[in-house]
Design a protein around this ligand. Structure first.
Ligand SMILES: Nc1ncnc2c1ncn2[C@@H]1O[C@H](COP(=O)(O)OP(=O)(O)O)[C@@H](O)[C@H]1O
Ligand SMILES: [Mg+2]
Length: 187
């Protein structure tokens, strides 16, 4: 199975759907799977659901049981997929400035916009993926400026080992510092 992960808003769902169609792979939406039986509560302050990792892992294994095709799993907690099932994890990255405007367009409350933009700046999903799957099991792809078709193509190439950069290649802090934008985004 290939895992596609990244901060909310970077384009995981759109991209994973396209790539799964292009390659005839089955799509596992971790968020949807969690909602249908692996929720342990609600984080009122964050307005988000709390996942039960054990139940979600069990649900993933159930989906895979007896399936003969290869899978793409997508979700912003991709590291939840049991490592022994994962051939490669692809972390989609997006310039935090672009991510901020996308999340605002999505109607996210300002607090959630800040939280996710900061998670992208601080490499949260990348770090989670490397901790779960190891440096060699993870590649990152900067999607900034890539339309849906172009991004799907690069992700598909990354599955074949022909695209994607090693973890640590993307450095938003350096870029934002250079542009004088870091302080405002981290406040
Ligand atoms: N490559 C892309 N270029 C521009 N916009 C995109 C791209 N991929 C997705 N989007 C848009 O960004 C938003 C978030 O996409 P989505 O796939 O739902 O992200 P995620 O699943 O990572 O939260 C959607 O409005 C989507 O249409
Ligand atoms: Mg999504």
């Amino acid at each position: 199975m290939v895992v596609i992960t990244g901060t909310p808003g970077v384009g995981k769902t759109v991209t994973a759907k396209r790539v799964s169609e292009m390659r005839g792979m089955r799509l596992l939406e971790l968020g949807a799977l969690a909602q249908s039986g692996a929720i342990s509560g609600k984080d009122a302050e964050r307005e988000s659901l709390i996942i039960d990792p054990r139940k979600l892992r069990a649900a993933i294994r159930r989906e895979l049981k007896g399936a003969d095709s290869d899978f793409i799993a997508e979700g912003h907690y991709g590291e939840i997929v049991p490592a022994e099932l994962v051939k490669k994890a692809i972390v989609i990255r997006l310039d935090p400035i672009e991510l901020e405007s996308r999340l605002r367009d999505r109607g996210y409350p300002e607090k959630k916009v800040r939280e996710n933009v900061q998670a992208e700046i601080l490499d949260s999903c990348l770090i989670g993926a490397v901790e779960a799957f190891g440096q060699d099991g993870v590649v990152e792809i900067d999607s900034t400026g890539l339309g849906e078709d172009a991004l799907a193509k690069v992700v598909s190439e990354a599955i074949d080992g022909n695209a994607g950069a090693p973890p640590g290649t993307v450095n938003w802090i350096a870029k934002l510092e250079k542009d004088g934008k870091i302080a405002k985004l981290l406040q």
